[in-house]
Design a protein around this ligand. Sequence first.
Ligand code: NAP
Length: 405
Amino acid sequence: MTSIEIRNNSELFVPDNPSIGYIEGDGIGPDISRTAISVINAAVEVAYGGSKHIEWKKILAGEEAYKGTGQHLPQDSLEEIRKSIIVLKGPLTTPIGEGFRSLNVTLRQLFDLYANIRPVRYFPGVPSPVKNPEKMNMVVFRENTEDLYAGIEWKYNSEEAAKFRKFLADTYSVNLTDDTGVGVKPISRFRSNRLVRMAIKYAISNKRRSVTLVHKGNIMKYTEGAFKEWGYEVAAAEFKDKTVTEEEYLKAPEKYSDRIVIKDRITDNMFQQVLTRTEDYDVIATTNLNGDYLSDALAAQVGGLGIAPGANIGDVYAIFEAVHGTAPKYASMDIANPTSIMLSGAMMLKHIGWDAPSEILDNAITMAYKDQKVTQDLARVLNIKPLKCSEFGNEVIKRMKPIRQ
Ligand code: NAP
């Protein structure tokens, strides 16, 4: 038996030789995915000495799928993702042109992957644009299914936009000029609650100090402001004994020293706080658009997207992905940096309960950077000789050591 299963509604059952799907991706995708799979396999081997291994199942998507089937995301591939439950994914090109939705957004919505999780921390040896990058150790939980990404928008000269403007004028005396395109920003209690719930659970099980709700509620009161209210609400209703609001905490820090502090910050302030008071922030829970901007800005602080991992997780399915794009100019040259997808692979191993290989992989990447083993994106900044993508993978494998349990 090799299928991962969901039992009792949301418990993952993982056999010793699970079948896990992978989408190679476009552009640099095949180079970085192959390297990632080889280092993940090596970490599993070092951890379990052959008693467990992953049976990788290739899932077609993107340009390769289009060439074979005329579709970027064929039905068979969606079925394969459904069967696999857990998927490792390289970057996919978003076809340019009217009517195309991003394949990434489509996957997130089809499989209800409601949390985009982006851990951001510094690896010594990586060039960074800030003075103390080592202060960064945050995990962003970005809501993944609503907000302005819900795709409810109309072009300024469309019939729908005209109808919508007329409705606003007739019903609410809100007058928009004829050259106004419109978009809708839905933020719901259910989806805000479940995102913040996942962030708090993560903070508790990973012994984190705080969860910061990032919002722009001073301006958008009933969407961003509601997200903040619903975030506090879920903390108080479901995690009363494990959390404390920042206000209460500041009155008696000793009394609440073992609690997760729930605080909130307005988005623009948060962008400067992460630079000026980096160490004060830990787990972040935020809405879709805020999270999109903030997670890339945080990644830049510690050396860029090439080394930032990410996962899209729901109650059942989970897709672990490189967070950068397809970097087409480096396609098939074996020179891209595979760290993002390798670290996403480490997150995937942890997600299926294989903590030892996850840690082995993470440690080996850390050691490779300490030893200044880098691909061209970082080598050009450090002015040292670059490794190829696959060579970097081999350097990581060389540094793998069993974990003492
Ligand atoms: P991009 O592919 O991330 O590349 C932008 C630049 O970032 C590259 O030219 C390169 O910089 C650097 N870069 C990114 N990843 C790298 C890596 N692993 N190793 C070394 N350098 C790396 O962004 P884009 O050009 O805006 O997007 C290209 C395509 O990717 C688009 O079709 C977009 O829709 C898609 N995309 C997909 C995803 C996803 O699947 N999750 C995410 C974002 C974008 P230098 O030129 O400075 O060397």
